[in-house]
Design a protein around this ligand. Sequence first.
Ligand code: ADP
Length: 426
Amino acid sequence: GRALSSSLDLSEVPHLILKLLHDLVPYERGAVFLQQDAKTLEAVANYNFPDTKRAQEMRIHIREDDIYQQLCATRAPKVIDDVTQEPGWQQVPWLPLNSAWLGVLLVSKDQPIGMISLTRREVGSFSEADATWVQAFAAQASSALENARLYAEITQLNETLEQRVHERTEELNRAYRNLERLDKTKSDFINVAAHELRTPLTVVKGYGQMMRDKFLQEDNAQLQRITEGIVEGSQRLHEIVNSMLDITKIDSQALQMVKTPVSIAEIATRVANSFLPTLAGRNLSLTTSGLDALPEIEADPDLLSKVFHHLIINAIKYTPDGGRITISGEVRHHEDRPEIMLTFSDTGIGIAPEDQELIFEKFYHPGEVDFHSSGRTKFKGGGPGLGLAIARGIVQAHGGEIWAESENCDEEICPGSQFYVTLPLT
Ligand code: ADP
């Protein structure tokens, strides 16, 4: 039994059966047949056959009441002393005649799965004792075959699974490459559109300013107001075009940084001052705390100003009139490295947890875009959806991190949002 179970190779076990059996009950020729289907037995191993190739191709067509059916019916070994006297015996034509035959059924889970067939030349040369030995051996052989079959099944299953995983990975890779290509096409389009828009916009803005100055001199209030509208509109378009150019630079990792020692407090004050009329108009307070105490950092002041600009303008846009915006800063140690951590808090509508990461994707808007009101700094004013993507690109280019936290998005309760920005100090 131990020797039989030493192999789990389904093509090897039947040969092992015949070899070990030969040591136990010597025979002249032997074969193991396994049932392929209800009608066919197929030789899976042979021992001492004159023509091995032909022996490998041996098939037995199962017929009613033939010897195999008798083995199935009785489940006992069958000894034939002289096959020439056995009714219905079919002698394989290319085989020398061996008179004595001993057959034993192979059974697994109580079902016949095949048989061991042994022959000796001399008439009546198999004894009952031989039959008992082979019968006992066949029980071990059956379980060895069953184990090998299960093992082959598992191996096959593993291979199929591996193949499936491989195919799925390939599919995912293809989809990923496709998405990358689409993203690149989108970036290329934004880039081209922004460049094409910039020149005519500069012209509109330039002439608008000239006309506004002229009407100012002429003291023509109505035309002055109209041209003021043109200038403001083109100014706004200019900002959007610049944001489009910023994002294409970030996407193509072509952001150029000119680093100098930078005071965070100065940048915050400069950007905050540019929003003073808006803050007053919307009755919003903007205060800072701890920024003066922060050390200078090596950074690109223009790019950092953009981070402040986008975070402050968002805080303005998503906080109802009368709300509070605060910017605080501290030095902390993160993973043993010193860094500046800035917190932009507002008392606005907040951000749903599932959107807190997605809002940093370009063009992402939670909820219905149509519900946005228009206007650069109005409450819930719509925007192109680029501000946070630009802020993240710039912060990451400085080796820092940016993320958002908020309890939820609720326009009634206004739980507020916090945006955190870290910038390494070394
Ligand atoms: P935009 O403001 O142009 O839509 P952003 O990238 O700046 O694009 O912001 C993406 C989205 O993140 C906004 O549409 C808004 O839903 C959400 N968001 C950003 N800042 C805040 C904030 N302070 N409070 C609530 N929601 C915010």
